[in-house]
Ligand binder design. Structure first.
Ligand code: SAH
Ligand code: TMP
Ligand code: ZN
Length: 406
């Protein structure tokens, strides 16, 4: 039995992946022997409705001065966050001297737009290397983990905020109660929290089980979040699906009664009832589909190997750590993974130790197949790799189902 990180209820996981390494823990050969492993499993708390990991990895093992994920590696995501910033500025920052706080600001991909416009802002980012990248772009950043205590400190030093923002970070906060209490304290009476995370409904519908890894403590549904914020005298006043990271949801949250609630909220709640996002039978079906997907991908890669085909991975994503370790994808099956992030290049993938090489090696080594680990960036990557495809290169995908395309 596991204990719910939100309400302390107990639950039994519905899906276990076994022993897993740190998802973003790309490592050198000298570090192989000391690599850290933990048991990865996901469950549903029937008491509060939250889908979550069955156990947490200590945060300092994941977020530190060698954090491997730099947000600005995707041009499409840079465009997405420009739009996010514009929306917040237009709709939420009426006051002069507005103040914006971002949790998990990484290399400043979002806050840079506020910084350039001369808007008072503060990024909270515990991973010192990516925080440094943000600072060198003129984004004011503190290297800290966000929680209630930090929120008190921010209010004392800067006053309350008009907007608190977060992208792909709220689901990283296992001490979610403390974070929400902190956000409540931090927001002005008419201030808003606007955040987005991968959406549980998309993960279930697309069998995108690779969203499940150490950093993602939670897999949010509107139903579960509405209850959580309600306990803090706050309410979700708007929701908007986002076409990034395989399907995300953007939530706007305010102090109760401060803003009108959009009809989109009730529509999405009804949609979640239809999807069965609070029904154990739905998660059982998901588990079966995940296991089928694993078996099918492993079979395909073994067949290609037997036929003498060469397969490379495309994008050393944190998600790929779940896929390679769960499906048993060794360097014999996938000879290298190409990635544009300097911090990952020359290192090895967590657990399976597949070499990660610069993007240039992809064209030079001419694999027959590319296994698209960065499937959420498919449009951007397909546009970049027209020559590979035109030259007969094939793409292997596994979301929403395992398949090969030319
Ligand atoms: N917002 C960026 C980065 C997402 S990755 C984007 O959407 O691309 C998650 C980020 O959250 C990492 O940079 C990580 O260091 C940071 N993070 C993890 N735990 C945190 C915490 N408790 N408080 C603030 N940031 C945190
Ligand atoms: P993400 O799926 O977590 O956003 O990670 C994407 C990874 O893929 C990141 O390491 C950068 C890499 N990448 C490439 O190598 N080439 C690309 O064209 C894109 C968009 C990403
Ligand atoms: Zn619970």
């Amino acid at each position: 039995m596991s204990s719910c990180a939100v309400c302390r209820g107990s639950f039994e996981p519905f899906l276990s992946f076994g022993r897993m390494p740190i998802a973003n823990g790309f490592l050198d050969r000298a570090q192989f022997a000391a690599e850290h492993y933990f048991e990865l499993a996901i469950g549903f708390c029937a008491r509060c409705g939250m889908v979550q990991l069955a156990g947490q990895v200590e945060r300092e093992r994941m977020f530190h001065e060698n954090y491997a994920f730099f947000s600005s590696t995707s041009a499409a995501m840079a465009g997405h966050f420009r739009g996010f910033a514009e929306e917040v500025r237009a709709a939420r920052l009426a006051e002069d001297d507005a103040f914006v706080v971002e949790i998990g600001s990484n290399d400043g991909i979002l806050l840079q737009h506020f910084a350039r416009a001369g808007i008072r802002h503060l990024g909270v980012e515990p991973s010192a290397n990516v925080a440094q990248a943000a600072r060198s772009r003129g984004v004011r950043t503190v290297v800290e983990f966000f929680d209630e205590e930090l929120a008190r400190g921010i209010v004392a030093e800067h006053g309350q905020a008009d907007a608190v923002l977060g992208a792909n970070v709220m689901c990283h906060l296992p001490y979610l109660q403390s974070a929400v209490a902190g956000i409540r304290r931090l927001l002005k009476p008419r201030g808003v929290l606007v955040f987005e995370d991968p959406y549980l409904g998309d993960m279930i519908e697309k069998t995108s089980y690779d969203q499940i890894y150490d950093e993602h403590a939670f897999y949010f549904s509107l139903t579960a979040l509405e209850r959580l914020f309600g306990e803090h005298e706050m309410e979700i006043v708007d929701v908007a699906p986002q076409d990034v990271h395989g399907g995300s949801m953007r939530y706007t949250v305010a102090h109760r009664g401060a803003h009108a609630r959009s009809a989109a909220v009730d529509r999405q709640l009804a949609r979640e009832r239809e999807l069965g996002l609070a029904e154990p039978a739905r998660f059982e079906r998901f588990r079966r589909k995940v296991e089928e997907s694993r078996d099918e991908l492993a079979r395909l890669l073994r067949r290609l190997k037997a036929e003498g085909r060469r397969v490379a991975g495309y994008g050393a994503t944190s998600k790929s750590t779940t896929v390679t370790n769960f499906c048993g994808i060794t360097p014999e099956l996938v000879e290298f993974i190409c990635d544009t992030t300097p911090a990952k290049q020359g290192r090895f993938s967590p657990g399976m130790h597949i070499p990660v090489l610069p993007h240039a090696e992809f064209a030079q080594r001419r694999p027959d197949y590319a296994l698209l680990f960065a499937w959420n960036h498919a449009d951007e990557i397909m546009a970049k790799e027209r020559r590979f495809t035109a030259g007969g290169g094939k793409w292997i995908r596994y979301v929403p189902s395992v398949g090969v395309s030319g």
